[in-house]
Design a protein around this ligand. Structure first.
Ligand SMILES: [Mg+2]
Length: 281
């Protein structure tokens, strides 16, 4: 290789390196992932949610007519033992490192890489979640973790939760994964029903509307209406954690058409930016 060729190689390498770092920053989840991993504010918000819930818990436990499951209201539930339902990902476990890997590797979410991350059992606890669940456990409230992690990764998920100190090792399997039973779909409805059969549900925790009510495949506007319809639940019986990285809020923007190219999805998102300026919208 002569000097000129060597120079050319260096120039090309530099161009490629800067392109890839630019692409990394262009990944739509970068800013949100940085916020989750670096802002004290995120920690403060999740702590605030769990502290509020903890203060509300004695009231929920003592009032035998208190339920966080709307369909339970028409049943004879007041003598059932108390339980709390929690989603796992981005509700009690922080998977931002998985997102960070995807950004650095120039990938987007895929089941193979996700299950690999889940099987490593390395996720940290979301701030506030541990103190809350340990307190509820001490108060003899049964915890159920309803997660859309697949049944294949239930054991590493249990290990991850156990290592962190979440109450999991009771007499019953309290980690209800997707596909663990035939009708346990990602909608979570059947699993909530399953818990409600034997327990009075005091509280529900999640980062996606679907963790509380069936909210799949409906528009952003309908999702908004649901929140207004159930406004009396939030902050008392339902506690929602922030997830700016992913969720059905994002998929609802492009009508759950996952088959669209990232370019098409990006265009739809740009169209969704409301400037309150007639000509632009
Ligand atoms: Mg979640």
């Amino acid at each position: 290789m002569n000097k000129l060729q060597q120079l050319l190689v260096i120039v090309m390498a530099t161009v490629f390196a800067s392109c890839s770092s630019v692409n990394t920053l262009r990944n739509p989840t970068t800013q949100a992932t940085l916020w989750v991993q670096n802002s004290a504010e995120y920690e403060a918000i999740t702590t605030q949610i769990y502290v509020t819930a903890l203060r509300m818990l004695p009231l929920a436990k003592e009032d035998s007519y208190w339920t966080a499951y709307p369909e339970q209201e028409n049943t004879d539930y007041s003598n059932l033992p108390p339980a709390i339902i929690l989603d796992v990902d981005e509700t009690i476990l922080d998977n931002a490192p998985f997102q960070a890997r995807m950004i650095k590797q120039g990938k987007s979410y895929n089941t193979e890489d996700w299950n690999q991350w889940a099987s490593e059992a390395k996720a940290d606890a979301i701030a506030g979640a541990l103190e809350f669940t340990q307190y509820a456990d001490k108060e003899d409230i049964q915890l159920f973790y309803i997660t859309n992690r697949e049944h294949d990764v239930e054991n590493p998920t249990r290990k991850n939760l156990e290592d962190l100190g979440f109450p999991v090792s009771g007499g019953i399997d309290n980690i209800l994964t997707k596909g663990e039973r035939e009708n346990w779909t990602s909608a979570k409805t059947e699993r909530r029903k399953f818990v409600a059969r034997n327990y009075r549900i005091l509280m529900v925790f999640g980062d996606d509307l679907n963790d509380f009510i069936p909210a799949k495949y409906i528009s952003g506007q309908e999702r908004s209406h649901l929140v207004r319809d159930y406004s009396a639940y939030f902050g008392r019986r339902w506690f929602i954690l922030p997830n700016p990285v992913y969720g059905s809020w994002e998929r609802a923007m492009y009508d759950f058409k996952d088959e669209l190219s990232s370019k098409e999805q990006k265009q739809i998102k740009i169209n969704r930016l409301d400037t309150k300026n007639e000509e632009e919208n």
